[in-house]
Design a protein around this ligand. Structure first.
Ligand SMILES: [Fe+2]
Ligand SMILES: [Zn+2]
Length: 379
């Protein structure tokens, strides 16, 4: 378990230069800078107990801050500060060592095929533990299937509302994936759809995608899925220059029809400040010729081709055939999805989809952790 805070017991505190050293019952010693501790004071003068908004302005912490006294009192850390005599108290949970949330330890390829996490709509609707398990799987693996969802128009929005809010766009609160005679998007045809992420032509790109199956074709119509973080890490190991090129040069994505002309630029492999992969953006239907100069132009195309060979490699893919009542819920900034073609003249296939944001998944997980007293998913 990554979360250690709930059962952490603080034994002693001692000065260590500009830090305090904390000794824990499990034998570990950790250190915290004094300025960090002062910034984290939760007394009524520093934080409003009702709104949890802060009165303390971090910039007002004095440069000559020092610890006048520090001790463990009834299991809490108690500090009196110099120069102003301010008093702070910290529950051990606030100070215990913990690892930051990180879905990257759960990279997957074809091996996930037989173990895509499944949950039941009925169960997660009435049981907070099942809801926490489902959302925890979604966060950690980036893909889940929610079964036995009522076969009703707009039901996909009710699923989103189990934890958050529908992220509405120019395509409405939800969209229909069904074969149409005048398609504005190849998704609305029976054709095979190459692996992609949705809506890279907007900024920010929607975080979570939900696809509710109302009707499925007898033949074909399967969804292919690829863990974009996994293939990006494979590219980093196999061809570091190609990885660096896709992380540095932004691709242009555009969507123009009817009432909109949406355009955004994102690197195909988007890195966070710490160099880890934050998102992948791939969409052949919306991508436009790269806007780059000189040697960057062929470098981009070469890197893209190399990356796509990994995306297409069956060793990195799983296939899921949704049944009516199934909702495929996945991380649209991590997991690429595609669709096998089907014959629209002999069978009917109909999905309804919508998007939500990650921050609400994480918010729900934190709240559920407190409610059910199980922190394994509430990091
Ligand atoms: Fe899509
Ligand atoms: Zn305070």
């Amino acid at each position: 378990m990554l979360w250690l805070a709930m059962d952490a017991k603080l034994l002693a505190v001692e000065p260590a230069g500009d830090r305090l050293r904390l000794r824990w019952a499990d034998g570990r010693a950790t250190e915290r800078h004094v300025v960090w501790l002062r910034d984290g004071c939760t007394c009524d003068a520093c934080v409003d107990g009702f709104s949890s908004q802060r009165h303390l302005n971090t910039a007002d912490i004095p440069d000559d801050l020092a610890v006048r006294s520090a001790k463990v009192e009834h299991g809490d850390l108690a500090i009196v500060w110099d120069p102003d005599g301010h008093e702070s108290r910290y529950a051990p949970q606030a100070l215990a060592p913990r690892e930051l949330p990180n879905g990257r330890s759960n990279l997957w390829g074809a091996d996930l095929r037989a173990r895509v996490p499944r949950a039941s709509f009925t169960e997660v609707s009435r049981d907070d533990r099942a809801l926490a398990r489902w959302l925890g799987d979604l966060r950690d693996l980036g893909v889940t299937v929610l079964g036995d969802t009522p076969n009703a128009d707009g039901q996909v929005e009710r699923v989103a509302e189990l934890y958050g809010y529908v992220h509405e766009g120019n395509d409405g609160r939800h969209f229909e994936v069904v074969s149409s005679s005048k398609p504005t998007n190849f998704a609305y045809t029976p054709k095979t759809l190459a692996l992609h992420t949705d809506r890279p032509f907007v900024d920010p790109v929607p975080g979570v995608q939900l696809l509710h199956c109302l009707a499925q074709s007898a033949e074909g119509g399967e969804n292919m899925l690829v863990d974009g973080f996994n293939v990006a890490e494979k590219l980093r190991r196999a061809d570091a220059p190609a990885f660096a090129t896709l992380a540095r040069i932004r691709a242009t994505f555009r969507n123009r029809y009817d009432q909109v002309d949406l355009m955004a630029r994102h690197p195909v492999i988007q890195l966070g400040h710490d160099g880890r992969v934050d998102a992948v953006h791939i969409n052949d239907r919306a991508m436009r010729p790269v806007e780059a100069e000189g040697a960057d132009v062929p470098a981009f195309y070469r890197a893209y081709r190399t990356f796509f060979a990994l995306v297409r490699d069956p060793a990195n893919q799983i296939t899921v055939k949704l049944r009516p009542g199934d909702v495929l819920v996945f991380d649209n900034r991590r997991v690429l999805h595609g669709r096998a073609g089907y014959d629209a003249s002999t069978s009917h296939r109909h999905l309804q989809g919508c998007y939500t944001d990650w921050c609400y998944v994480e918010s729900k997980l934190r709240m559920l952790a407190v409610e059910i007293g199980d922190w394994s998913n509430g990091r």
